[in-house]
Ligand binder design. Structure first.
Ligand code: MN
Length: 288
């Protein structure tokens, strides 16, 4: 045990970038959100609350001590400049792809997923995207603006093809979004676990990018988010859903829309931290 320790990194990780298989990056952007901003502070709070978690997961009988993961820090973003921010996020994503890292991005708003997925798609042209979310995020524009956390999955569809997008837990959107989803994507309204089990065999070994919008969870379990939507899955179901990802070929992921200021209990950020722990343990390999 060290006499003095630093906990400003996720789980106190001290692994270097070069030796790590997994790299965690904060993306402190919340410039296009339609309701309450604040997700730019999520990554710092997720790091802070991760201190309470054990490295050992009793669900998986695996221990983070056996894994190499590096917390790179937060991307420096030009606050308020959306196009320049998306470019910088893409630049970081490209580097992680080139270096063959398993990237875990901590949002930030959901729009940050777009430049990340764009880079991952360059590397994996047969990419599948799995989205856990309360909202469809399939608008063409939001108040005339095509770059928004409400349009992000429509942009992803235009990029990779809607049939390669699987949406779970969706319980909010416009009629137009649900009509589009019916014709163009694989959307499973309100439910997560049962439909996820059904589609996993069909996805098989294809590369999968996982994007988790924390508002897929019922606000009772995750009140710290910008666009709260009552209903939704429990914290336990989200953990189970992440465990199901072990059956797939996950090549990267993000967890977005945690807005710590709206949750003094910190349970939302803590759920995010726990999800990251389970994803590292479940979706990457130990590195003794
Ligand atoms: Mn979303």
């Amino acid at each position: 045990m060290e006499l003095v320790e630093r906990y400003s990194s996720f789980m106190g990780s001290n692994d270097s970038y070069d030796e790590a298989d997994t790299v965690i990056v904060g993306v402190p952007m919340d410039f296009t959100v339609s309701y309450r901003p604040g997700s730019r502070f999520a990554s710092q709070v997720v790091r802070n609350v991760s201190y309470v978690l054990e490295e050992y997961s009793v669900y998986l009988d695996r221990d983070l001590a056996d894994y190499k993961y590096h917390d790179w820090g937060d991307i420096n973003l030009p606050i308020g400049n959306v196009p320049a921010s998306l470019e910088r996020i893409a630049e970081v994503s490209a580097r992680l792809c080139n270096d063959n890292k398993f990237p875990i991005f901590v949002g930030g708003e959901h729009l940050v997923s777009y430049p990340i997925i764009s880079e991952v798609y360059k590397k994996h042209p047969d990419l599948v995207v799995i989205q856990f979310d309360a909202h469809a995020d399939l608008r063409v524009d939001y108040l005339g603006e095509p770059n928004s956390h409400a349009t992000v999955m429509r942009k992803v569809c235009d990029l990779i093809g809607g049939r390669n997008l699987y949406q779970f837990g969706i319980r909010s959107g416009t009629r137009e979004e649900f009509t589009y989803a019916k014709a163009s994507t694989n959307m499973y309204v309100d439910q997560v676990i049962a439909p996820l089990r059904n589609v996993i065999p069909g996805i098989g070994g294809k590369p999968v990018y996982l994007t988790i919008d924390i508002d897929v969870v019922d606000p009772a379990f995750a009140p710290g988010t910008g666009t709260v939507e009552p209903g939704g899955i429990s914290a336990r179901e989200l953990i189970e859903a992440v465990h199901l990802m072990r059956e797939l070929n996950i090549v990267g992921m993000d967890i977005v829309e945690i807005a710590p200021a709206f949750d003094q209990s910190e349970r939302t950020a803590l759920l995010g931290a726990k999800i990251i722990r389970e994803a590292i343990l479940g979706c990457t390999r130990p590195n003794p």
